[in-house]
Design a protein around this ligand. Structure first.
Ligand SMILES: Cc1cc2nc3c(=O)[nH]c(=O)nc-3n(C[C@H](O)[C@H](O)[C@H](O)COP(=O)(O)OP(=O)(O)OC[C@H]3O[C@@H](n4cnc5c(N)ncnc54)[C@H](O)[C@@H]3O)c2cc1C
Length: 300
């Protein structure tokens, strides 16, 4: 099906995009990679009267690395991250980027669009929550920095005002002896995961877990930080007993719905298995091991 008619505007600056959003009203939408918006428009589930293309705004595709931080312009594509030095530095970013859909989607879809879309099954909202991430929102009255934890408020809902756009995503580089992993289980490549889990650990001496973040994806209206699971690991030896206790706490934190991807019970078991594996991989990476990880496909 073709999309309903709309007018097209090409913004040359963030200010112009914000002004156009104000002038064109609530039915106008920003378009970045178009990998969520265009399919919805074709299915007539979204009917924006105007699209404001931000792809030609200079600077929004930049990756910057000031001390202790990684800064991704909103238009950085999944594929850019997949092949970037940032992905090599923080493997959790590579796990996430490399597993999203197929090459075509990864070449067009953007990190900013993914967070703004706030799809409960989206990978970036989960993986980036395992890190210390902030979202820069820019509008007519300037910029504000919103911790990712507060940015997505519900399924498909963020704190963005209608005339604001995401311009940058900032990630603090974790301290040394840290490692992370993002694992997602999918029925096939070009579909969203059935469940996902992101874990970021910092290890101390004698296998002690100094810090932990455990995040669950696709099992709630937004990514869930399993804080009880984190508490079970933090300050304790990273042994099987504590890992399984964290898995149990993560399962309890999940709030899955039954749908075409599986029953709620199945997803709860699945997310626990993903958390267990993600903890093991994150720990090995924290110890300096280089390991491939990422999306797993049914039947493989
Ligand atoms: C077949 C298929 C499979 C997919 N599988 C996965 C998957 O497994 N995992 C996953 O995470 N994603 C998946 N995706 C989605 C993909 O990652 C999209 O790229 C992403 O969700 C949206 O990014 P985009 O740049 O394409 O945004 P667009 O489609 O351009 O926009 C999406 C929404 O965000 C708004 N928006 C975009 N950019 C901004 C901005 N900078 N500021 C404010 N608002 C903005 C738009 O107005 C729109 O409402 C899949 C998509 C397809 C088509």
């Amino acid at each position: 099906m073709y999309a309903a008619p709309f007018s097209y505007y090409r913004a040359a600056s963030v200010q112009e995009a914000a002004k156009l959003l104000q002038e064109l009203g609530e039915e106008a939408r920003v378009i970045a990679g178009g990998q969520s918006l265009i399919p919805l428009m074709k299915m007539r589930m979204a009917r924006p009267t105007a699209l404001i293309d931000i792809n030609f705004i200079p600077g929004l595709s930049d990756v910057q690395t000031p001390k202790g931080e990684l800064r991704f312009g909103a238009l950085v594509r999944h594929a850019d991250l997949e092949h970037s030095a940032a992905g090599a530095t923080l493997p959790i970013l590579h796990d996430c980027a490399a597993g999203i859909a197929d090459v075509q989607v990864r070449n067009l879809g953007t990190i900013g669009g993914s967070l703004a879309e706030a799809d409960p099954s989206g990978d970036w909202g989960t993986a980036l929550l395992a890190l210390d991430t902030a979202v820069i929102c820019s509008g007519p009255s300037g910029q504000r920095t919103v911790p990712l934890e507060n940015f997505i408020t519900d399924a498909y809902t963020t704190v963005l005002a209608h005339d604001e756009i995401v311009t940058e995503v900032r990630v603090k580089v974790p301290s040394k002896n840290s490692g992370g992993a993002h694992l997602a289980f999918k029925r096939s490549a070009p579909v969203y995961p059935t469940a996902s889990a992101s874990v970021q650990l910092t290890l101390g001496d004698q296998n002690m877990c100094k810090d932990a973040r455990v995040v669950l994806g696709c099992v709630g209206l937004k990514a869930i930080r399993a804080k009880e699971a984190e508490g079970v690991l933090r300050g304790k030896p990273l042994d099987e007993k504590n890992i399984w206790a964290a898995v149990d706490a993560a399962r309890a934190a999940a709030d899955p719905q039954s749908d075409m991807r599986g029953s709620a019970d199945y997803k709860r078991v699945l997310v626990g298995a993903l958390v267990h594996r993600a903890i093991e991989i994150a720990a090995r990476r924290a110890r300096g091991e280089s390991m491939e990880a990422g999306h797993e496909y049914a039947g493989r």
